[in-house]
Design a protein around this ligand. Structure first.
Ligand SMILES: [Zn+2]
Length: 195
């Protein structure tokens, strides 16, 4: 059984009876769609990075690692899909999974943004001391204060701060980390200030 690469209908002849495309034309159509959706996916991923830092989650590192793994997994799927389309092999399921992932960066960005934006709950103030800090230039522009953790079973927290706070605080400083619960239950850091 062969399926049309474009519309997914079963076809017995080279020309699809459902959409009228020949197998070569269907491949070209699929390619074009693949390219367009991939562009959306990439744009979403690029937007996700700054959006994740507006109301920085406490678990930003874990979220970024998860996002990075998903990103490369999806790109891998895209490459595989493209190769199968080239051979005119069965792609229906793969196509559905791949296209299903396209809005994910957008949804995650919206989730993290809304999580902080609509958070009206009173913050909790956590005492911590600065144990170290590190900064990473580049797209992510991460400035992290490594502080003692107030949560059970955790040694340290890596708190995302802006440039000013990053320069202001030094190792050994006693600080207050103002934490918000988050509308979606994703704790995020509202502010860091001196005790
Ligand atoms: Zn078709």
């Amino acid at each position: 059984m062969t399926r049309c690469l474009d519309c997914g209908a079963e076809r017995a002849t080279d020309q699809c009876s459902a959409c009228g495309l020949t197998s070569d034309a269907a491949e070209a159509m699929l390619r074009r769609r693949l390219l367009r959706r991939t562009a959306w996916f990439l744009l979403g991923a690029i937007l996700f990075l700054p959006a994740s830092q507006v109301f920085p989650p406490l678990e930003l590192d874990a979220i970024l690692i998860f996002f990075g793994l998903m990103f490369f997994f999806v790109l891998g799927l895209g490459v595989w899909l493209d190769q199968r389309a080239r051979r005119h092999a069965e792609v229906e399921l793969l196509k559905r999974i791949y296209f299903g992932f396209v809005p994910v960066p957008w949804l995650l960005a919206a989730l993290l943004f809304a999580n902080g934006k609509f958070d009206t709950a009173p913050p909790t103030r956590q005492e911590a001391s600065v144990l170290g800090k590190f900064s990473m230039p580049g797209v992510l522009r991460s400035n992290r204060l490594v502080v003692s953790s107030w949560r059970d079973g955790r040694g340290v927290e890596r708190v995302q701060v802006d440039r000013d706070d990053f320069n202001r605080f030094q190792r050994g400083d006693a600080i207050i980390v103002q934490v918000q619960e988050g509308v979606a239950g994703i704790s995020w850091v509202y502010a860091v200030y001196r005790k």
